[in-house]
Design a protein around this ligand. Structure first.
Ligand code: C2O
Length: 574
């Protein structure tokens, strides 16, 4: 054991040297010296802190032989591995249950009985006073339960912390298990709020109790719903300038655009159209990348809705006075705000809407996804083993959504300049090399891309979505990064998601945990990739038969300093 610890120490020391070195490079060409220095020293403290911790399982295992890919192994947490983890900004947090869950009896998930009433989730801005009183009562009881009780409100919030910060290792692997930024995003959150809803109902003896949904994609719902401003639904850690009557910015990037209510609403709707329809024509674009077990199975590629509005609204609601915009703005603390459950209820509803838009064909049939297994406590405090395949069809879970109009379906954006005119202007622009070789994203990058296929038929287009791939995105310092992708834009500095030229937005949340805690996560590829669907957009821009298009990457919120990209190309996605 001792020798293992030494090997680990040397291993970490090497990383520190590497980090210090890269931060020196960083110092030369940046004005953020103070920040980078404290980043390295924080890191040293954190690592030494961890090495002092005797119960720290991952460190003990760290020089284990390279783990071979285990294709027959399902993705599931190792319940006895719960450990300290790091917040999005790399600060240590501890969210584990008071006792190891692996010591509890486990039951397999069963669908609720068909005799159970269907719980109908309604828009949060439309519920009545009786409902609000009931929900308040349930939350009050939940908050008063002892922390030992898994139904306790903080314990509920910490489930999210555990799975979002990587407090569990995967079963049979040293890799951490994290449920954001991949195809686990929708099903995991469906499970979480399903159990939460049933616990709330049982605490007030109401089988009909259903969570509300925050209908932020509809003009009347684009505000923090009133019910979250009173009683046990209040969270004081919110950005006070974003309380009603402020309309939500579904594409928020840390700075206030000041669009005014009317423009903000129409921009939101156009953005929703892009994220739900034109940018989400293929499963991977909407659901996120296929995340599998072990080191080899890692992926980082969130779907459209997860990137924004999901991430954007977390940031928008959380308090600007807190370091990570807690509560809602940081995943480790997000579920402490009762609005979390209404936010995810809407995300969950949009998953259904997307399925309906594509005729409810099964989106993913890969057993690796279907068999991915998680654990939650139910309303009887029993620990339940549940698989993604159990939650693919929500009608079997005895809840439903009240029908609301999806206004954004009719908000297809229009080109900011008539395409005939922009084509003339773009012709005069000089051609550039699409291989950017680590071009820094601190200013706008424009490239002219050759399209391998033009004149595709309608059927070909349905079968294969044309996508822009931004590859080799390297975020050298772990930080929040956001950039937009535009097609054939003449002046991308004055347009946004309300214009058809907007193809998508990439958002990187900080993920300190991957650097520090784990050998397998250490060697993980740092570079990431971003895919955006553009078939419909090219039609609307009259560029469908053009042999070349202009693609622009625009950093947003002044966050591109530490980011480089290797290049941009066109691919076709089945
Ligand atoms: Cu798991 Cu809205 O985050």
């Amino acid at each position: 054991m001792e020798s293992k610890r030494w090997v680990s120490l040397v291993f970490f020391a090497l990383i520190l040297v590497g980090l210090s070195y890269s931060s020196h490079l960083f110092l030369k060409d940046s004005d953020q010296q103070v920040q980078s220095i404290s980043f390295v020293s924080d890191l040293k403290t954190t690592i030494l802190g961890f090495l002092d911790e005797t119960s720290w399982v991952t460190i003990e295992d760290i020089d284990e032989e390279d783990i071979k890919p285990k294709h027959d192994v399902i993705l599931t947490p190792n319940l006895s591995s719960c450990h300290k983890s790091l917040s999005d900004a790399g600060r240590p947090v501890y969210c584990c249950p008071p006792k190891h869950e692996s010591l509890e009896p486990i039951i397999d998930f069963k669908f609720p009985d068909v005799s159970e009433p269907i719980k109908v989730r309604k828009p949060a801005h439309m519920v009545d006073a009786d409902y609000i009183a009931k929900y308040n009562k349930a939350i009050t009881i939940m908050k008063s339960l002892p922390y030992d009780d898994p139904r306790n409100f903080m314990r509920q919030a910490n489930i999210h912390c555990i799975y979002c910060t990587g407090a569990y290792n995967q079963q049979n692997s040293n890799s951490l298990l994290k449920i954001h930024r991949s195809w686990m995003f929708f099903p995991w959150h469906r499970m979480m709020i399903y159990f939460h809803e049933r616990i709330l109902g049982s605490l007030i003896g109401d089988e009909n109790f259903a969570l509300p949904f925050w209908n932020w994609d509809s003009p009347e719902g684009m505000f923090i719903p009133d019910m979250y401003l009173y009683g046990s639904m209040v969270d004081t850690q919110r950005d006070s300038s974003h309380l009603p009557p402020r309309v939500a910015d579904l594409y928020y990037d840390y700075h206030e655009r000041g669009l005014g209510t009317v423009n903000q609403i129409s921009t939101n709707l156009a953005f929703m159209y892009n994220q739900m329809v034109s940018g989400a024509k293929k499963t991977e674009l909407f659901m996120g990348c296929p995340y599998k077990t072990g080191k080899k199975g890692y992926c980082d590629g969130p779907g459209t809705i997860e990137l924004a509005p999901h991430n954007a609204l977390h940031t928008w609601v959380g308090s600007n006075l807190n370091p990570e915009r807690e509560d809602f703005g940081a995943f480790y603390s997000a579920a402490r705000d009762p609005i979390f459950y209404a936010h995810h209820s809407n995300i969950d509803r949009l998953w259904n809407v997307w399925n309906e838009l594509r005729g409810n064909k099964p989106a993913i049939e890969d057993p690796d996804w279907l068999d991915t297994t998680f654990y939650f406590h139910n309303e009887k405090s029993q620990l339940v083993r549940i698989k993604i395949r159990d939650v693919v069809d929500n009608s079997k879970l005895r809840y439903a959504y009240e029908n609301v109009e999806n206004v954004w379906l009719n908000a297809r954006p229009k080109p900011s300049i008539p395409p005939q005119i922009s084509r003339q202007i773009l012709k005069m622009r000089e051609s550039r090399n699409p291989f950017l070789d680590g071009r820094r994203l601190d200013t706008t990058i424009r490239v002219k891309l050759h399209r391998p296929k033009t004149h595709r038929s309608k059927i070909e287009k349905e079968q294969e979505e044309e996508i822009i791939v931004v590859y080799g995105i390297d975020i050298s310092k772990d930080m929040y990064v956001k950039f937009d992708v535009y097609v054939n834009a003449v002046d991308e500095s004055i347009i946004g998601p309300e214009s058809r030229e907007f193809a998508g937005t990439f958002v990187n949340m900080m993920k300190g945990v991957r650097i520090l805690l784990n050998k397998e996560d250490l060697v993980m590829k740092r570079k990431t990739i971003f895919k955006v669907g553009i078939t419909e957009l090219l039609e609307d821009l009259d560029a469908d038969d053009d042999e070349t298009i202009w693609v622009t990457l625009v950093p947003r919120g002044g966050t591109g300093i530490n980011t480089t990209v290797d290049g941009v190309r066109i691919e076709y996605l089945k």
